[in-house]
Structure formats: structure tokens, C-alpha cells
Design a protein around this ligand. Structure first.
Ligand code: HEM
Length: 147
């Protein structure tokens, strides 16, 4: 992402922080509407998770100009997500739900801004999916050594 695109995403994020809880609630609503089978993977009460999700999102937005530093933590988060049942395609569902939730709460929303947000969220989900793949590869290696 260009520095200008990053600044646009940060500016847009700041305009959303007043309605933060609303953002994660709307995100989960949209994700479950798009993929109802995902609902059973989550606890019935999403309150705590919404807080975690917002904290993770805020951290990434702050560090968009240095995503290399977040690659490992995001890979680890992706590896953890394997145990929670997240599949690669679910991340695309999550990304689209998040972009759509952000758009629905944004005072100004343009195709350009939507593209920048999509790029920012793609930069989050790619290392998470990689982390899951590494997790599976290590598991396969461990099994191979068992023989
Ligand atoms: C934008 C991508 C995503 C981010 C940034 C993200 C972030 C997080 C964070 C920060 C947590 C809390 C971790 C903790 O408590 O230690 C979490 C938990 C979880 N996530 Fe995600 N997540 C993402 C995508 C997904 C997707 C696609 C799924 C699909 C199944 C998913 C399913 C879960 C589940 C089931 C939990 C645990 C719920 C529990 O506490 O039982 N996440 N996620």
C-alpha cells in the first residue's frame, strides 16, 4: 500500500472509532449472514471477542506502514485459528464482511477508499492463512517422523 492509501485508511478508521462496538457487532452479523455455518464456531456471547477483534484491528491499522513487523504475530494468530475451525475461504468471507461493515458505518465512502480498506484487510488475512498452512505443514512433518 502507498503511504497515501495508508493515511486514507487511518483517517477513515478514526472516523469509525466513535462507533467501535458497532463495527465489530456489524462485522460478525454480516459474516454470519454470508456464512451461517460459521456461527457455531464462536461462543454464544460475542462481547469479549468483539473487544479482542477491535484491539487486533486497531493494532494493525497503527502498523500498516510496517506490516513486516506484524507478519509473525499474525501468522501465529492464523495457526491458533486452525483450532477454532477457520478455513482459508472463511477469511475471504470475513474480509468482505468487514469491508462491508466499515462501508456501512463510514460517513464518506468511495470506491477508492473501499479498495484501500480491502488491501489493508488482505494484508492481515494473508499472513494468517500462511500461518495456518505452516501449522499444517509442521503437523505433516511431525507425522512423517512418527513412522
Ligand atoms: C480478519 C481476520 C481475523 C482477525 C483479525 C481475527 C482475530 C481474532 C482474535 C484477536 C481473536 C481472539 C484471540 C484470543 O482470544 O486469544 C479471535 C478468536 C477467534 N476467531 Fe478470529 N479473526 C479473524 C478471522 C476469523 C475467521 C475467518 C474465523 C472463521 C471461523 C475466525 C474465528 C475465530 C474463533 C472461532 C475465535 C475464538 C472464539 C472463542 O473464544 O472461542 N476468525 N480472532
Amino acid at each position: 500500500m502507498t503511504p497515501d492509501a495508508i493515511e486514507q485508511v487511518r483517517h477513515s478508521y478514526r472516523s469509525l472509532t466513535a462507533s467501535e462496538r458497532q463495527l465489530s457487532a456489524r462485522f460478525y452479523d454480516r459474516m454470519f449472514a454470508a456464512s451461517p455455518n460459521l456461527r457455531r464456531l464462536f461462543p454464544p456471547d460475542l462481547t469479549v471477542l468483539q473487544g479482542h477483534f477491535e484491539a487486533a484491528l486497531a493494532l494493525v491499522i497503527r502498523n500498516l506502514n510496517d506490516m513486516a513487523a506484524l507478519k509473525e504475530p499474525l501468522r501465529e494468530l492464523g495457526a491458533q485459528h486452525v483450532h477454532w475451525g477457520a478455513r482459508p475461504e472463511d477469511y475471504v468471507t470475513a474480509r468482505d464482511a468487514l469491508v462491508s461493515a466499515i462501508g456501512s458505518l463510514s460517513p464518506e465512502w468511495t470506491a477508492e477508499l473501499e479498495g484501500h480498506w480491502r488491501a489493508a484487510i488482505t494484508a492481515i488475512i494473508v499472513p494468517m492463512i500462511e500461518g495456518a498452512a505452516v501449522h499444517h505443514a509442521l503437523e505433516a512433518e511431525r507425522l512423517a517422523e512418527e513412522r
